[in-house]
Ligand binder design. Structure first.
Ligand code: CP
Length: 318
């Protein structure tokens, strides 16, 4: 296992089994601080900078909350329009990061360009954590998802995960790469225009990961241990910001929708539903009050996971 000290967290492509289990071990160690709402001083001498070039509710605030829980300092921006990267100057990643690296000890970045955090990492002397890059990857979200599966189901090996939604999404890429390290079956359901690329499927196949393609959740939901969801009514993730469409409801065809009725009639009794959120109407609100819903506990796990990652890359735990 590569040391986490000073490591950039850009992609799950190169993560190995031991990396996941080490992060989850540190999560378990730090979780009591979050659960008891008692801050620690583990990172009291460190500063986190959040550079968010795209909107976020969960990822930015969970990352900042994680640093606060560990007694660290936090600064940053959540609207690039109010920086020189978002106005007349359109300041480059290189120039921006050469400034930011002196303001903090770790930088958490979300960007609308795929590869922007990797580019930042080339110029930064402090670790960069990818918090979502265009259609690229979303490692911290998928680490949170896997930690949630492990805590809720007690294992990762042997799981069959039904991924439903837009396969171009960054979470779908990261979960595929994560699946290469476990005995996981992936069943994918998506609208034709939101298909995974052949290169991505070939890469997973080359790493001996079992991927099965289906046209509708109705064809495979009965086999799933986990239902992993993204909307099919999506914003364009290559844009800094997209305003809401006028009509947003009632748009998801039943092939890509999970409702209590579907779970009741077709799913395993113990199946859990995970959604990184925000949702549209692909996951109906009636599911929220069922035993299957696990997307709210993810808010807690998301803070714990970021605590572990920050502590590891800052060398606060070995
Ligand atoms: N899951 C997720 O990435 O949510 P935000 O866009 O609110 O950060």
């Amino acid at each position: 296992m590569k040391s986490f000290l000073g490591r950039d967290i850009l992609s799950l492509r190169e993560f190995e089994r031991d990396d996941y289990y080490r992060i989850f071990e540190v999560c378990d160690m730090l979780a009591p601080h979050a659960r008891n709402r008692r801050n620690t001083d583990l990172c009291a001498d460190k500063t986190l900078l959040t550079a968010f070039y795209q909107p976020s509710t969960r990822t930015r605030m969970a990352t900042e909350a994680a640093m606060h829980r560990m007694g660290g300092h936090v600064l940053g921006f959540s609207d690039a329009k109010m920086t020189r990267a978002g106005d007349f100057y359109q300041e480059s990643i290189k120039d921006t990061v050469h400034m930011l690296e002196y303001y903090a000890d770790v930088i958490a970045m979300r960007h609308f360009q795929q590869g922007a955090p990797a580019e930042a990492a080339r110029y930064s002397s402090v670790p960069i954590i990818n918090c979502g890059d265009g259609w690229g990857e979303h490692p911290t979200q998928v680490l949170t998802d896997l930690y949630t599966m492990l805590k809720e189901l007690g294992r990762l090996d042997g799981l069959r995960i039904l991924c439903v939604g837009d396969m171009r999404m960054r979470t779908m890429h990261s979960i595929g790469y994560a699946a290469t390290q476990f005995d996981i079956d992936l069943d994918l359901v998506y609208p034709p225009e939101m298909a995974p690329t052949q290169e991505y499927l070939a890469e997973l196949d080359g790493r001996n990961t079992r991927v099965n393609l289906f046209k509708s959740v109705h064809d495979c939901v009965d086999k799933a241990d986990v239902i992993y969801m993204e909307p099919v009514v999506q914003a364009d993730y290559t844009k800094a910001r997209v305003d809401a469409a006028d009509a947003k409801k009632g748009l998801t065809p039943p092939e890509y929708q999970i409702t209590t009725e579907v779970l009741k009639k077709k799913a395993k009794r113990g199946v859990i539903v995970i959604h990184s959120l925000p949702r549209m109407d692909e996951l109906t609100m009636d599911v929220d009050s069922t035993r299957h819903a696990r997307y709210w506990i993810e808010a807690f796990n998301g803070v714990v996971l970021r605590m572990a990652l920050i502590a590891l890359v800052l060398g606060k735990v070995e």
